[in-house]
Design a protein around this ligand. Sequence first.
Ligand SMILES: Cc1cc2nc3c(=O)[nH]c(=O)nc-3n(C[C@H](O)[C@H](O)[C@H](O)COP(=O)(O)O)c2cc1C
Length: 220
Amino acid sequence: MEQLTTQKAAFLDVITDRRSVRHYDPSVKISRDEITEMLKEATLAPSSSNLQPWRFLVIDDQELKEKLLPIAFNQQQVVDASAVIAILGDYEGFKAAETIYSKAVDAGYMNEEVKSSLIQNINSRYSNREREVIKQIALVDGGLVAMQLMLVAKARGYDTVPMGGYNPAKFKEAFNISDRYETIMLIALGKAAQPGHPTVRLDVEDITFWNEMPASVSGK
Ligand SMILES: Cc1cc2nc3c(=O)[nH]c(=O)nc-3n(C[C@H](O)[C@H](O)[C@H](O)COP(=O)(O)O)c2cc1C
């Protein structure tokens, strides 16, 4: 625990130092225990109605990473990183409401009455909802957990790269992922062999508007 505390960099250092890293030391294997810890920390991210529709498929087997390589357009990080984590969105994620809100009751955060009314509300909002709407919610929640995972990894001295560069249909087929799940992104996780290259950002003044969108950018 003490070792972990000293490993944890200051938050601002973590967000300024994080870069997409594409060169990994293939000899470094992050333990499943530590990956699990990182995922646990990542899931402290917020989600719509706290439904946490994210699911993780951790690919840490070398043969499976090799199988993923062509599906991810031969991006070398797929095989050199310690693991590739697929962030999935569960179209049936709302069905976990009972589990989630029962835990909240057990923890003393709400009573049974509040739980029942929340679950009723969730069921009426989600059951029979268009797939596209559920997908949009899962994409937003999945993006939040993905970002948190990348920062958690950085804080622990590891690096990541988020990847949209893969064929989702082939990925789902190769890894036996049913249509119950949306593939949101892949994240390579490992120990950098070379730092990520620096990138630039738009000036915040050019992308921030106060109280109203000026006519010059309103798009009307
Ligand atoms: C949704 C998403 C998909 C991305 N896909 C890839 C990818 O397939 N391969 C890759 O090398 N980088 C990928 N990136 C990384 C971006 O190129 C990178 O985040 C961006 O250039 C900014 O650099 P930085 O992450 O180092 O700050 C992706 C990033 C995001 C957010």
